[in-house]
Ligand binder design. Structure first.
Ligand SMILES: NC(=O)c1ccc[n+]([C@@H]2O[C@H](COP(=O)([O-])OP(=O)(O)OC[C@H]3O[C@@H](n4cnc5c(N)ncnc54)[C@H](O)[C@@H]3O)[C@@H](O)[C@H]2O)c1
Length: 378
């Protein structure tokens, strides 16, 4: 397989997720970073490029220039990684799609449903691949649950309880650094904070693991910490198309919680309990109450999921490997497109359409909350 070239928008000095993407992609050595617009400040962009060994003529002052220049090069990038704050996802993704370049963008996909629909339409009409990095769904155990449910082994799902509490924004005036500052600022996060940041992970985790589609929902979005203007605690009741129900919770002031995404799925044949902070294992309970803990690296994991493991059991894999698993499938698909062997069933990562579902979920919740916590169709 040929090593691909990629570029990055965002990921400058002091940023969080850009570096995680670079490390995750490096795990499999299937692509190399050759270009970037790492910051809106030219000096910071140039310095990051130099630190990462990027040629100066492939460090760009802005993303518009980068999209045009890379599309015009014979050795231009095969895909771009978008790791800027939420407000710029849409214009950046749009510029690269219009330039004919595949896109990997962090969640949430964008700010509005109209933007999400446009990005879906652009990617589809130009036949470009689009990964949205809902990182947690790359875990081997998450892939195991998905496969197990897809094969009907849990039977009909009756209800799902899912939550993502964090505690890092629990106090007034403590913004958790620049990452907290833009998340709590309506101008930079698009009028929604906790639900966009954490609720979209919950929505994506449940839909990915179970395959269930939301029919309608009722949301209560609260601003609890004094001094905040955007939601920091969200509770959502969900009804799925087949009549199953769900209850979602996301919070940023739940002291004691770091990244405690967890999902409990109750089906007619048993139950599944999964916690992303204990991602090497999944608890499966059969109808007679027998509790089994299945661990990555052992034979109890569905073979299709197990194939993503890199290390023997007991040699811990985690969040970077999960992100690497999404990239492994995305890069494999781009390579297959290049050599004419691609088929859509090869896609094993969250796409632009999954990202758009997240935005539809956010806006249905906003509508429900604004109208006095009433049921709203998705
Ligand atoms: N998948 C996950 O689990 C996960 C986790 C954390 C963050 N995220 C997402 O990743 C994105 C970035 O979050 P972060 O915490 O890394 O933010 P950050 O503030 O740490 O970093 C953002 C970077 O983007 C740069 N930037 C901003 N606008 C730019 C532009 N127009 N052109 C070039 N560079 C620009 C900034 O200079 C900075 O370097 C957000 O959308 C966030 O929701 C996802």
């Amino acid at each position: 397989m040929k090593k691909l070239n990629y570029g990055m928008v965002g990921g400058g000095p002091g940023s969080f997720i850009g570096d995680a993407h670079r490390r995750s992609i490096n795990i499999d050595s299937m692509a190399q970073l050759v270009a970037g617009s790492f910051s809106r400040t030219w000096e910071k962009c140039r310095q990051t490029g130099a630190d990462l060994g990027i040629a100066e003529d492939r460090c760009y002052a802005n993303f518009e220039e980068m999209a045009k220049a890379e599309a015009a090069r014979a050795d231009g990038i095969d895909f771009v990684v978008v790791v800027t704050p939420n407000v710029s996802h849409y214009p950046v993704c749009k510029a690269f799609l219009e330039a004919g370049i595949n896109v990997a963008c962090d969640k949430p996909l964008c700010l509005t449903v109209e933007q999400a629909d446009e990005l879906c339409e652009l990617a589809d009409s130009k036949e470009l691949l689009f990964l949205v990095t809902y990182t947690y769904m790359g875990h081997v155990t998450a892939k195991h649950i998905r496969q197990f449910i897809k094969e009907g082994k849990l039977g009909k799902i009756r209800t799902v309880m899912a939550e993502y509490p964090q505690g890092w924004l629990a106090y007034e005036g403590e913004w958790g650094g620049k990452q907290g500052e833009w998340r709590c600022d309506p101008e930079q996060s698009g009028g929604v904070n906790c639900l966009g940041d954490l609720g979209t992970h919950v929505e994506n985790a449940v839909s990915t693991l179970t395959g269930l589609k939301i029919k309608r929902l009722l949301a209560k979005m609260d601003v609890v910490v004094p001094g905040r203007v955007l939601d920091d605690n969200d509770v959502v009741l969900v009804e799925f198309e087949d009549g199953a129900t769900g209850c979602y919770w996301a919070s940023q002031f739940a002291i004691g919680h770091d990244n405690s995404l967890s999902v409990r799925i109750y089906g007619e044949n048993g139950s599944i309990i999964w916690k992303q902070e204990e991602c090497e294992k999944v608890i499966m309970i059969s109808r007679d109450g027998t509790i089994v803990e299945r661990h990555r690296g052992n034979a109890g994991i569905e073979p299709k999921a197990a194939a993503y493991g890199r290390l023997p059991s007991g040699h811990t894999e985690g969040w970077l490997e999960a992100m690497g698993n999404l990239y492994r499938s995305f890069i494999t698909c781009i390579n297959a497109k290049k050599d004419g062997t691609f088929t859509p069933d090869m896609i094993d990562y969250p796409t632009v359409h999954d990202g758009a579902e997240g935005i539809r979920f956010v806006h249905a919740c906003l509508k429900s909350n604004e109208q006095g916590n009433v049921w709203v169709d998705m």
